[in-house]
Design a binder for this molecule. Sequence first.
Ligand SMILES: Nc1ncnc2c1ncn2[C@@H]1O[C@H](COP(=O)(O)OP(=O)(O)OP(=O)(O)O)[C@@H](O)[C@H]1O
Ligand SMILES: [Mg+2]
Length: 411
Amino acid sequence: MDKPYYFLHVEDDPLDAEYVETQLAEAGISCEIKRVEASDEFRNALEARPPDLILCDYNLPRFDGLEALKIAQETPQQVPFIFLSGGIGEHLAVECLHRGATDYVLKGNPARLIPAVRRALEESRIKRAKEQAERELAHGEKMVLLGQLSAGIAHEINNPITYINLNMETLKDYAEKLQALFNAGRELTLHAPSRAEDLPKRWEEIRQWYEMNDKRTRVLIEDLGRLAQETLDGGLRVAEITQRLRRFSRQERQEAVEVNLEECLETALKIGWNEIKNKARIHRHFPAVMPRVKGHPNQLTQVFLNLVVNAAQAIVGRGEIDLEITRENRQAVIRIKDTGRGVAPETLSRLFTPFFTTKPAGEGTGLGLYVSRGIVEGHGGTMRAENSPTGGAVFIVELPLISESMGPHGL
Ligand SMILES: Nc1ncnc2c1ncn2[C@@H]1O[C@H](COP(=O)(O)OP(=O)(O)OP(=O)(O)O)[C@@H](O)[C@H]1O
Ligand SMILES: [Mg+2]
């Protein structure tokens, strides 16, 4: 049967290696050990098969123990690392631990070696189990969110699709009726009476037919227009929902560039101007030197557009919207504050859930904030909402700064 553990032992002296192997075997730690001596050999062995533990002689003729530690730390697995040494001073030992070694043990001290190995293995087992649990949790949360999102999409799209289908059936029925009417009318008018004295009779028939059908036809035709418009609206709504989601899922494909935040905000104002102009005056509080961030200008513009339009829509009558860009704690902070009705405290936490909207049915998609937060998080930032002490809501977007932009004056 395979041994449960696999250790790498960085050691130039085969006798020392054998001694350690015996100690481990006597303690009942069943493991396969591979001995390596040089840095290349060590690297290759690490790559070929990640070990459960690394034991390393501190004083190696061919390479240095600390170098081995560094190499081990470059691997993604974070294998526990124990130094074994014939003579390592207190000072050096502390330095090793400081640099990330799991433990150090003096050679020829099995009383220390075995507990150190056991402890390292147990710690790494717990760490792996924890990581696994975290991964499963994160995956579970993602699945729950995906489930909610799909249910939301299904619900939102179902309504317009239902009436599109109903309308189409009615339209088909109307088309048949109109066709029948048209045929009947044509029949009536096509065949001229053979005798002149029959003419007034035929004329009377046509007149009666017309009187009977005129109102019906007019109602039908008017209804046609209405049905077509409703169907078109439904189609547009479905298209809007799918487009928003598609843009959202496409966001990571383009290359990130340095973003001009002021420009993004101004573009958002321009695009949303129709919604804003009759509702709010805009006040800009922009710094002389803009904080520099990296990302996707179009996406950030989309975020700001949703925020300024939301702000305008929240304003009853006329009000103000304050746009502020600042630099705080290595972040660019964008605040969009309005003098609107604010957000009820119990809804604050729900604003960012997909399809949450307080707008009348058929108006808002309730995807704006959900998609916006996704974009901001995709930029390594955060987004939240608060009620402003002076009334109205504040939406705060924080984006990480480009690190090279840190100058001596903090600009
Ligand atoms: N500035 C604000 N003040 C008060 N409530 C807000 C504000 N911004 C958003 N909300 C609330 O959050 C809800 C969700 O906003 P979101 O942008 O996600 O969707 P929406 O605006 O309703 O729809 P869409 O963005 O598709 O037009 C809004 O319906 C509104 O109730
Ligand atoms: Mg919105």
